[in-house]
Design a protein around this ligand. Sequence first.
Ligand code: C5P
Length: 231
Amino acid sequence: MAELIVALDVQSRAEAVEKVKAIGDSVGFYKIGLELFTAEGPDVVKAVKDLGKKVFLDLKFHDIPRTVERAVRSGGKLGVDLMTIHSVGAKAMIQAARMAADEFGPNGPKILAVTVLTSLDQADLADVGIVGRTPAEQVMAMAKFATENGAHGLVCSPKEVGALSKALKAGTLFITPGVRPAGSAVGDQKRVATPAEAVRDGATHLVVGRPILAAEDPVAAAKAIRAEMGM
Ligand code: C5P
């Protein structure tokens, strides 16, 4: 059964708490990203956890192995459930992240790898020295590399999840943003899929922001998305 994660893309702890309370029991999982974490720090993670919710801390670590290991440990101590790293951080960094996560046992944080940011195209890859592979080939190669070295799962676009879920071992987590309920505003997302399509293609977690946060009735919007996911 896939899980719904709401992207808590707000600027303050107060606003975050207000949104989580307003959405109530219809959502049990929230993503805290760079914007909110940089503004409010670990306190906002604690506040969301104190409301009984799971937290996906999306800070996309990319540093030397020791630093990433210690940052994952700090996330584990906060009770974070999912955390992101960049797969280009290489083998030792991915393994270090996994090792730190494992210290917290089966309920500890799960490590998700970012393969290629969806904002990058072929020319951007060439600029950073990745030549001879299309973005899709690079996504597949990095997905295999990251999961073989300990990542529990991947952040991927709903357009990639079908191929990845077929190619990677059972039990791999696939977290897909860029999800839009049928007929809703796309915003700045370019390659979207509906909740039903994402789940059908193998997504285990859907990240949805504006279609819920900006809805007139966020509870109804969340419920409608859950229904589309078959929950
Ligand atoms: O509001 P919306 O549903 O577009 O929010 C999607 C969330 O997922 C945002 O927090 C955004 O930063 C994140 N995200 C994304 N596309 C990616 C990676 C992350 O939309 N490729």
